[in-house]
Design a protein around this ligand. Structure first.
Ligand SMILES: [Zn+2]
Ligand SMILES: [Zn+2]
Length: 128
């Protein structure tokens, strides 16, 4: 009887100990960051031989209102323009971050992988 009771007590205690150790969360925290970094690097390299994707803006080049003045004009004519950020309103990730995902989905459909992280918003307007 006593042995059985002890075994039960240990069985009950074990999960508690695991839970306490699990609270540390040091290992899982650093891992995803490292993986994400690697992924981004790879995507960037693969983008080099493809002009289809504008890695800077995170938009297909042929639709990129920031790189093509022709495209920009077409958007302006439609009234689809963000004055504040100088790009098509429908491509302004600053005003609507969900748009980024919309274009990322196009990249994924074509290449079957995550698009490189756009760099344009890092320091806003580039001085020329
Ligand atoms: Zn572009
Ligand atoms: Zn905007």
């Amino acid at each position: 009887m006593t042995t059985a009771f002890r075994a039960r007590a240990v069985a009950l205690l074990a999960p508690a100990v695991v839970a306490l150790v699990g609270c540390g969360q040091q290992a899982p925290k650093s891992e995803p960051a490292a993986v994400a970094e690697k992924k981004g690097e790879k995507a960037k390299k693969e983008d080099d031989h493809s002009d289809w994707w504008c890695a800077e803006q995170g938009i297909p080049e042929e639709e990129c209102s920031m790189c093509s003045s022709k495209v920009a004009k077409a958007f302006k004519d439609k009234g689809d323009w963000c004055q504040e950020h100088d790009r098509a309103k429908s491509q302004c990730f600053v005003c609507d971050p969900s748009l980024k995902e919309k274009f990322a989905a196009k990249y994924r459909a074509k290449y079957g992988q995550e698009p490189p992280e756009p760099e344009a918003e890092k320091d806003g307007k580039g001085g020329s």
